[in-house]
Design a protein around this ligand. Structure first.
Ligand SMILES: Nc1ncnc2c1ncn2[C@@H]1O[C@H](COP(=O)(O)OP(=O)(O)OP(=O)(O)O)[C@@H](O)[C@H]1O
Ligand SMILES: O=P(O)(O)OC[C@H]1O[C@H](OP(=O)(O)OP(=O)(O)O)[C@H](O)[C@@H]1O
Ligand SMILES: [Mg+2]
Length: 282
């Protein structure tokens, strides 16, 4: 059985389980369950703290896991654990922040105290960028540390920025890391079931990002029209009863759909239909 670590709570837990459900795997119904066996797919899921997942995978106890890139890098196992597949969900940035108006660039952090829950990640960044500062390791609610006097600035995960704003803080300097949920696995291993898991997750990503577009267009305009809808490999062009017209079918990026429909309509395409893709293998 492929042994997969999943976040048991927090920002990544539900979105990771939803993605696996869409990929055809069984997921726990009660968030107190710690293990879930999916016998049909020969996979066993272990629900663990997102911060611990890289440790289990790095130690060879579990085969693969879904966690945040920031948490994986902070676990300092990247010499023997690889990022197998970025999942495009759970996006957040790891940024410096300070009291509004106090800092403008990360170089101003020399000699200062920086609070964070990601101390290894922060230390590595400071070293690479030749910044000498004191790192104050806190478990969470890092935004309160400056007001409470244990730090001068923070390095933390920012998504909407609402938490920072509420604490009277603002981001400054370059982003330290762009994070998202990632599938991780031990370097140099390819356990049974991993290729299928990867292909299924990629299928979910494509099904979420693309729609199927159908339209009819006059045969003499088909080259112009298909330049707008080249598809992944090549669009399907089928004859219609009226031999002056053809039907075209092509996948297009969901976020470009309406612009493409407008342009197709302008060049003379008609009966332009969009349908969701439920699942796919590319
Ligand atoms: N809005 C968000 N807030 C916090 N983390 C987020 C957010 N969006 C995405 N993430 C990602 O979720 C992961 C952190 O998850 P989580 O907050 O559950 O862990 P934690 O902070 O270690 O645990 P806890 O908050 O329960 O102490 C990181 O990879 C982070 O980048
Ligand atoms: O930019 P925002 O959308 O406001 O989200 C970012 C906030 O969410 C996380 O906190 P979390 O809820 O994980 O609590 P924690 O600080 O105790 O980890 C993170 O540490 C920030 O505080
Ligand atoms: Mg958190």
């Amino acid at each position: 059985m492929l042994r997969v670590a999943l976040p048991n709570k927090g920002a990544l837990s539900e979105i990771a389980s939803t993605m696996l459900l869409e990929a055809g795997y069984v997921q726990r119904r009660d968030n107190r369950e710690l293990v879930m066996v999916d016998p049909d797919n020969d996979v066993e899921f272990f629900y663990l703290r997102p911060r611990d997942i890289a440790v289990y995978v790095g130690g060879g106890i579990l085969d693969v896991g879904i966690t945040g890139r920031d948490l994986y890098l902070d676990a300092e196992v990247d010499d023997h654990v690889d990022e197998v597949l970025p999942l495009g969900i759970g996006n957040a940035s790891f940024r410096f922040a300070g009291p509004a108006g106090s800092f403008t660039h990360q170089n101003e952090l020399n000699g200062k105290r920086i609070a964070t829950s990601y101390d290894a990640l922060l230390r590595a960044y400071l070293k690479t960028n030749n910044i000498v500062a004191d790192v104050v390791r806190l478990d969470g609610a890092v935004e309160s540390s400056v007001r409470l006097g244990v730090a001068d600035a923070i390095a933390d995960v920012v998504e909407t920025g609402n938490t920072l704003k509420a604490a009277g803080m603002e981001i400054f300097g370059d982003p330290i890391l762009k994070s998202e949920a990632v599938l991780i696995g031990r370097a140099g291993t390819n356990p049974a079931g991993l290729e299928v898991l990867k292909r299924r997750l990629m299928g979910v990503l494509v099904a979420r990002r693309y729609v199927m577009l159908d339209y009819d267009v006059r045969r003499d305009l088909v080259d112009e029209a298909t330049r707008l809808t080249p598809g992944l490999e090549s669009p399907t062009v089928s004859p219609l009863q009226d031999s002056d017209w053809v039907a075209v079918r092509s996948m297009v990026k969901k976020n470009q759909t309406n612009n493409i429909m407008d342009e197709l309509y302008n060049i003379g395409a008609r009966a332009i239909l969009v349908t969701n893709i439920h699942a796919c293998r590319i």
